[in-house]
Design a protein around this ligand. Sequence first.
Ligand code: HEM
Length: 294
Amino acid sequence: MTTVRYAFDVIGELFFGKDFGFMKEKTDVGNYMKAIHEICIKNTIAGTVPSYLSGLTFPTLTLFCPSFRGTIEAIINLSVSSKTAMDRRMREIEENSDDRRDIIRKLMEISADRGEKVNFNTNHIYAESHSSFFAGADTTAIAMSSILGHLIRNPIAYGKLTSEIDTATAEGSFSMPIKYKEAIKLPYLRACINEGMRLHPSVGLTMPRHVPPGGTTIDGVYIPEGYIVGMNPAVVQYDKNLFGLDAEQYNPDRWLGAGAPQMEKAMLHFGIGTRICIGKNVRLFVSYIRNPQV
Ligand code: HEM
């Protein structure tokens, strides 16, 4: 629960220049968490049924499951909240009330400098900030919960990590709060982050892609063009050929061996290719500075 609140506040800070008050109030501000959980259930069903049924999923669920009616309210709530937060932040930026370099400021600069050329206007900024609620908070919270949860249940790994952090602190190579450039130098921390995200990827769905014109051959099987293919990180990241015979076990030490670069390539937790997660670096930043402090 705390990791979700924390992740929402990080999104607030990064996008809108101000946290939402989840950590301060210790509550689900504006029912955002409840809304996202309800929307996720509906979206997961709609996204996994055959495409000819997906348009019917929402009306059917709403008709037969009264609890899904709350989802409509939740979607409206979230849209209003992200628009209100963005309007406030845009006003502040226009009035020069501070010089914070947050994501809305950066997007406004892109829109002002090259908006017409790259077709990027205020409506696109609204869409980006709205999708950040859905894409950034739960995913980050799940990753942090897995990293910390596995460490708490594994005293040996926990001991190795705390001693790595203690040594770095004693040597004076750590500041408080920790800086990203300092944290990435800790190999065992990196191993624990990778292993936590390997065993419990935040997105456990295939990431569908259309087979391009001319078709393609995957693992010796020809797939004609137009078909949809995908890979699920929750399957690939348990592959014993890639991660070793103990792939089902928690073992951060596997990331210290010579095979680590090959394993990194096989990690699909942020997706891959042109649609790879745009928040990947934000999220890694949060992980590297937050986990050692906890
Ligand atoms: C641990 C944290 C996160 C995980 C595991 C994660 C995972 C993913 C995955 C698996 C995809 C689909 C990629 C694909 O189809 O290849 C995705 C897309 C996306 N993510 Fe993340 N994400 C995280 C954090 C964030 C954050 C913090 C933001 C926003 C600041 C964000 C914004 C997005 C957006 C906008 C997309 C859609 C990109 C596109 O379709 O072009 N994500 N993410």
